[in-house]
Structures are given as C-alpha cells and as structure tokens.
Design a protein around this ligand. Structure first.
Ligand code: ATP
Ligand code: MG
Length: 563
C-alpha cells in the first residue's frame, strides 16, 4: 500500500469491505475503489435502496474512492424525469454527494451500440427473427437445454446490415432482436444467447427520438460499469446468476476497465413491501396520498414523516452486509429513529383530545408563566416560558371517573401534578346532557409550584396540559404501520393486509404557543405523546404535525402478548 492511501474504514468490516481491503493490498485496480448506485428511474427510492446507497457511497468514502449515481434509463416505457429528480433529492437527503459523477446509461447509447457492432463483427452476436414467444420456447428450462435459433448461423455481414436496419427503424417492435451468441446448452439460462437489444418505438425521456433500439439491462449495466471504471460492482443476490454473462461481456470486448461484480442480500423489512410495482399500485389506487405519504417505506415518505437521515443510516449500519437473506424487524428502524430524536428533538406540550379544567381557586383573569426545559437531559438547550392560568386543557385520557387501582392520573377527589406547574385536585365533574364528563372543576395547591423551594410534596402522576386562551389549534396525524401483518405478502394479497388504522387524524388538538415557530420538517417530542414533525407539504395556516414515531414500541408489546 502506498503511503497516500487513507486509513482503514470505520464501519465494521463486512465481507465486501474485507474483499476491497484484500484487493487493495494485492494492488488490484491500482488500489482504486470506484462504485456506483444504479437506480432505474421508474419509481421512488425505498428503504431497501438505502442499503445499496449507504454501501456504495459508504465504501467509496471510507476507502478514499468515488461513487457514481447512474440512472439505468434503458426502458423508456416505464421511466420518467420526475423519478430522476426525486431520486437525486433522496440520495442527497441521505447525506451522500455524487459530485460530478451523475450519469445515465443513455449517455452511453452510442458507445453501447458500437460495442454491439463489435460483438457482431467478432461473430458473437446475431439478429434473431424468432418471436418473443419462440425465443422463450427455444430457451429451454432449468432441466432441458435450449435449441439454437435458425437465424443463429447468419453471416457477420448479414447481421451488420440487419442490425443497422433495426437502428434505422425498418423493423416493427418485436420483429427481431439482437442476441449474444454464447451457448444454448449452458447450464446457466442467462448464457443461452441472451437478448442484447430490442426495438422500442417510443421516445426516450433524454434521447428523444434518436433511438428506436434500446439495450437490455445486463448489456448496458456491465458496459456502463466498464466505461466508468467501476472497480467493485455491488448488487443484490438475484444477479448472482447473471455474473457469468457480466464476465463474458468483459472477456469479449476491449474495454478500458475490468470491474468485478459482488452480490449481497437485499434488505427486507417486516410490516411493509418494497417492490416498486406494489408501491406504485398503492399510489395509483389512492390507498396512500402519494409516493411521499408518511406511511410509505420510501425515502421521501420517511423524510416527510420526520425520520432523520442519520437514523436511517444508523439503522442500515446495524443491519450490516451479508449474503444471507433475512427480514429485519420494523421495530429496529423505529428504535434507531427514536434514539436519535430522543437526543436531538426539543420537548413541547400538546393535548391530543382536550378536556377542559377550571382551577376555581385561581384568581379570574390572572396568569403566570412557568418555565419548561426544552430538553430534560441537556440544560444547554434552555427553557421556554409558558402561560399558566385558570382555564386549562388536559388529555381526556388522563382523567378517569372510575379508574382501576393503579391509575396514577386524575380521578374524582384525586391529585396529580401538572407538568412544570402545580399539584391540582379534581373537585367536581361537569356533564353534558348525555352524562359524559365535559369539564372538571379543580383546585390547585399554591405551595407546590415546580422548582420552588417547598415544592416537595409528592404525587404519583404528572400530566401535560395547555393554557386554554393561549393554546393554538393543531392537526395531529397519527401515522402507524401501513400493514398489520409482518409479512404482507404472506397471505397472498398484500392489499388485504393493510392496517385500517394506519392514519388517524385528530383535528381538535391544542398545542402550546411555541409550536407555531416550528419550521416545516422540524421535529419535536410532544411530551408523553410521541415525536411529531411539522408537515412540509401542507398549506400554511393549519399547523399539521405528522407523528414520526411513538415513544415506545407498542407493536412489540402486542406481538409479545399474542405469543
Ligand atoms: P426493479 O428492478 O424491480 O424496478 P429494484 O428495486 O431492483 O426494482 P433498481 O432501481 O433497479 O430497483 O435498484 C437500484 C439498486 O438498488 C440496485 O442495484 C438494486 O440491487 C438495489 N436494491 C433494490 N432493492 C434493494 C433492497 N431491498 N436491498 C438492497 N438493495 C436493493
Ligand atoms: Mg433492478
């Protein structure tokens, strides 16, 4: 190793990092590390992609290398520029910088075409006029070898001419394709003369009408890797069977670089789906409000929900990189989010379902301020003054007329401390015509002001509150898991596993005035209620807070109870 090479990586050495370290020690690729993240712009990125992004950009950073963000835009039918934009935003949000290495497979259409012509010249590719169905039939199966196409023996000249005519648009879609000439009897179906080019008479979002033939993924991807000088082409396990084709292409052509493909297992997350097809179905059918709906496992959805990118990266770091297929608990992602927010989010008070209380021994028209710390463990974050007075709201759930024995909140004749303020006692209940309790008449004990000397009288419960006249209305969107089954695909129809309570909207909630200053996308802990993030997409005027995550993992308890 030369002395300029950076120090060892900080992440735990998984098998990929170990291999890169060994490659560098052996002087392969001149010690360089160049990776790429190659999304197809046919949907938004999801939590599974985060694993690939963190791995590719992460190893490049750790080894002093480079990582490309390359759009695999070879299928103009399904792709769209809005997805390109969204993907760029998401990768940047996760905290990675592609610098000047933003590329598209379509940047290489001319070069890819030249490589295809070169393969034809070398007798390694031919234009096949079998139909798609016949090609499938001729391909054989895992147990039966394939059969050679009658067009396989065409001469180099004939193939060159036919391929040129394909490019000029002289054939209809599906009339013919360009195939590699490899081995129809290969035990690996990917080597049974795979298709390299097909005709698609549709405009491409970047190259417009310039092409009517488009390269297939394996061909475009392998050669793009070689053009960009990728050293380690990291991809998911389903491409393991494609590696012989990857290597075959690199063997046959004179290319500037020789990348190596290394496979790792996909990230699967319980209680959600990560297939782009299914995610786009949820959007198209209006089951969610869009790709960035806070319940979606997309990076855009997680951002809108208030998941900090640091927490997503930490979750991915904990998951690690292996070759073993497994499914990670949703709780693991949620606790990474919770841990980060517990340290970073300031505290605020809001009541979700308000119940009015009147302190009858508090002088009418008089108010005081109480000081509440912004963070219980970090005095440096200061405190804020909150108005306190005769009429307040508490959480309806914090009062029970006829509570069980261990209920330490408010009950008739009982006492409770109001957070940061006084101990109060419930003296009387006011009911509406239906008999429901709609208001409480209480009294406060002036000797019990929090923090004051002599405030040492103890009660078991402390509850939160807001001051009636100064509180501001907030809309709370209580998001929960989108699916109520750990394996939504397990029952066959994943739509049947949707959680009917994945969103509960509370329009009557009230928050302390400081919440008005919360910026879009900013997160606080509403004490005792959970972490909430100001919605970045809602109209101004209404203060919409998205529940990012609850304070505790209630699903873990439900699951434990069910076992
Ligand atoms: P599809 O190909 O069906 O549209 P995809 O999820 O493979 O879906 P791509 O845009 O091709 O989408 O993915 C870009 C990169 O992200 C690929 O290298 C792929 O291997 C990787 N990737 C996709 N899903 C996961 C996952 N669940 N875990 C880890 N990496 C993933
Ligand atoms: Mg893919």
């Amino acid at each position: 190793m030369s002395s300029e090479q950076p120090a060892s990586p900080v992440s735990p050495a998984d098998f990929i990092r170990q291999r890169i370290t060994a490659d560098r020690a052996a002087g392969r690729h001149g010690g360089a590390v160049v990776t790429r993240f190659p999304p197809e712009p046919n949907g938004y990125l999801h939590i599974g992609h985060a694993k690939s992004i963190c791995l590719n950009f992460g190893v490049a950073e750790e080894f002093g290398g480079r990582c490309f963000l390359r759009f695999d835009d070879t299928n103009p039918l399904r792709e769209d520029e809005t997805f390109v934009q969204a993907i760029r935003e998401d990768v940047a949000w996760l905290g990675f910088d592609w610098g000047d290495r933003l590329t598209h497979a379509s940047d290489y259409f001319e070069r890819l075409h030249a490589c295809a012509v070169e393969l034809i010249r070398r007798g390694l590719a031919y234009v096949d006029h079998l139909s798609a169905e016949q090609i499938r039939e001729y391909r054989g199966t895992l147990t039966a070898p394939g059969r050679e196409s009658p067009y396989r023996a065409r001469s180099v000249e004939e193939n060159l001419e036919l391929f040129e005519r394909m490019r000029r648009g002289e054939f209809a879609e599906g009339e013919c394709v360009l195939r590699a000439r490899i081995d129809m009897a290969s035990g690996n179906i990917n080597l049974r003369d795979p298709t390299l080019y097909r005709i698609r008479k549709v405009a491409h979002q970047r190259t417009g009408e310039a092409w009517c033939i488009y390269p297939m993924y394996d061909f475009a991807h392998t050669l793009s890797d070689a053009f960009e000088g990728i050293t380690h082409s990291l991809c998911t396990l389903e491409f393991e069977d494609h590696r012989p084709l990857y290597d075959w292409l690199l063997d046959q052509l004179d290319l500037p670089h020789r990348p190596q493909q290394i496979e790792f297992s996909r990230l699967n997350l319980a209680f959600t789906v990560t297939s782009k097809r299914k995610l786009s179905q949820l959007v198209e059918r209006g089951i969610v409000a869009g790709w960035d709906d806070p319940r979606m496992p997309t990076l855009a959805g997680m951002r809108r929900r208030g998941y900090p990118p640091e927490a997503v990266r930490e979750f991915i770091r904990r998951v690690g990189v292996t070759k073993k297929e497994n499914t990670i608990e949703m709780g693991a992602l949620e606790s990474a989010v919770r841990e980060h927010l517990n340290v970073h989010a300031e505290r605020r008070l809001a009541v979700q379902r308000p119940l009015k209380i009147v302190l009858e021994n508090w002088p009418d028209g008089q108010t005081e301020t109480v000081s509440l710390p912004n963070h219980p463990a970090d005095p440096a974050r200061g405190s804020r003054e909150v108005i306190f007075g005769r009429e307040l709201y508490i959480e309806a759930d914090d009062f029970m007329e006829d509570p069980p024995r261990k209920f330490h909140r408010l009950k008739p004749g009982g006492e409770v401390r109001l957070r940061g303020a006084f101990i109060i006692r419930c003296d009387e209940m006011i009911r509406d015509e239906t008999g429901q309790v709609v208001e409480l008449r209480c009294s406060y004990d002036p000797e019990t002001r929090s923090g004051a000397s002599g405030a040492d009288r103890k009660v078991k419960g402390t509850i939160h509150w807001v001051h009636a006249a100064s509180a501001i209305p907030v809309e709370l969107r209580l998001y929960d898991r989108l699916f109520s089954a750990a394996d939504p695909d397990g029952q066959g129809d994943y739509l049947a596993a949707l959680n009917p309570e994945s969103l509960v909207t509370l329009t009557g909630a009230l928050g302390e005035p400081a919440l008005a200053a919360l910026g879009p996308g900013e997160t606080v802990q509403l004490e005792r209620a959970g972490y909430f993030t100001r919605d970045a997409a809602s109209a101004t005027g209404v203060l919409v807070l998205n529940r990012t995550v609850t304070l505790r993992d209630s699903w873990a308890r439900l699951e434990a109870a069910a076992r």
